[in-house]
Ligand binder design. Structure first.
Ligand code: OOG
Ligand code: MG
Length: 267
């Protein structure tokens, strides 16, 4: 970390800056250009303040999204550190609903497996087996990330402050028991406008996506000073392939073996 820690006022300025950019669909310079000392822990402080700003405008947290849990995402983004962001009610898309480019900056799509909990889970030492036992169902999903930073470039502190680039998400209506078969072996074909852009299996997510959920629950407990994840909340476990850029007219579809297909069109 270089320079003195950020003051509460500076942290709040960072929170406002990325939230305003999200609402205006406008890209901004990295916060670390102004505050080079914004590291990941400071990024989480900003994220907490940003959550409060968003809630003050009447939006509700419905779950969490995990970042850089997938091997290919880590390679794409040049990082090895997992991160998380909040999913809000306004980000949810319904099947058949198009992604509006005029409400986005430079959106990218990535296929993910989403867990929905049947019971509350709290760190500090939750295991993947406990996650499986506490899961109501899993479902195929697409995440649309849309970094507020110019050219989709950022440091770990920047992206954490920017709610891990969260923008929109779509969860398939088909619910699947995580115990019905080996979830880590579920295969996936990801296409954009008919062209294959990813072939993968769920084990790309830390060997098994439940492991990513466990790691997140423990990290969340540490970052928030003891908070847990609630029954009914969604946990998107991270992009299994690389994220692909969308343009007006792009159609992306992820066909997830037993979990079924999920797709959307950008307009
Ligand atoms: C940060 C979010 C990463 C994932 O699934 O790995 C993410 C980013 O790369 O913009 O959502
Ligand atoms: Mg993602």
């Amino acid at each position: 970390m270089s320079g003195p820690q950020l003051t509460q006022e500076e942290l709040l300025w960072c929170a406002r800056t990325t939230w305003e950019a999200e609402k205006a669909h406008r890209e901004i310079d990295m916060l670390t250009m102004t505050y080079p000392q914004l590291d990941r822990p400071a990024g989480y402080q900003v994220q907490e303040l940003r959550v409060r700003l968003v809630q003050e405008e009447g939006h509700r947290v419905v779950g969490y999204k995990l970042g850089s849990t997938g091997l290919r995402k880590r390679m794409q983004m040049g990082t090895t550190a997992c991160s998380y962001g909040r999913l809000f009610d306004y980000m949810r898309m319904e099947p058949g609903q198009p992604l509006r480019m005029d409400e986005s900056i430079h959106p990218k799509a990535e296929p993910e497996i989403t867990f929905v909990l049947a019971r509350d889970l709290s760190g500090p030492c939750v295991t993947a087996a406990q996650v499986m036992a506490a899961t109501d169902y899993v479902a195929a999903s697409l995440e649309i990330i849309d970094s507020r930073y110019r050219d989709f470039r950022f440091t770990g502190g920047d992206v954490t402050a920017d709610n891990a680039s969260a923008h929109r998400f779509l969860i398939s209506a088909r619910k699947y028991s995580p115990l019905a078969s080996d979830l880590s072996l579920i295969g996936l074909k990801f296409t954009r406008s008919g062209q294959i852009c990813g072939l993968a299996a769920a084990c790309e997510i830390m060997g098994h996506p439940a492991r990513a959920v466990a790691g997140f629950v423990n990290q969340f407990w540490r970052e928030t000073g003891g908070l847990g994840v609630k029954a009914g909340q969604l946990i998107m476990t991270g992009g299994i392939t690389q994220a692909v850029a969308l343009a007006r007219g792009s159609r992306v579809e992820a066909r997830f073996g037993r979990l079924g297909p999920v797709g959307l069109q950008a307009v």
